[in-house]
Design a protein around this ligand. Structure first.
Ligand SMILES: [Zn+2]
Length: 120
């Protein structure tokens, strides 16, 4: 499953970052996912639950921010957000667009951790 490997690579990356804070629990991971990244959020959430088991991310929340597709139009020179993934046309002038500027992202936006209080 596509989402399972995505979840696994995110968990791996976050675990590495969290290693700088021994004992800390990851509370929340925010992702930026382009509308063209073909990620099914429900499926990713399901895979997340499985993947975080037994890691410092166990019990953490995955927040998926879907990034709209933005294309640059050669005809009118503007960047525009595509209204639909079925129609790759400039929202300003209606010409077909092929120069995508945004929408394929799949990246970690932020990680929220709960630092363990330092014993006195
Ligand atoms: Zn245009």
């Amino acid at each position: 499953m596509h989402e399972l490997s995505i979840a696994a690579s995110i968990v791996e990356a976050v675990t590495e970052s969290a290693a700088a804070y021994p004992g800390a629990r990851v509370q929340q991971v925010r992702l930026r996912v382009g509308a063209l990244a073909s990620v099914v959020e429900d499926s990713l959430q399901f895979c997340w639950e499985i993947t975080v088991e037994g890691t410092p991310l166990q019990g953490s929340q995955l927040v998926v921010n879907i990034v709209p597709v933005v294309a640059h139009c050669a005809a009118c020179g503007k960047d525009g957000e595509l209204a639909s993934l079925q129609s790759f046309r400039c929202p300003h002038c209606g010409e077909p667009v092929t120069d995508l500027r945004q929408g394929r992202e799949l990246e970690i936006e932020s990680i929220e951790i709960d630092e363990v209080p330092v014993p006195k």
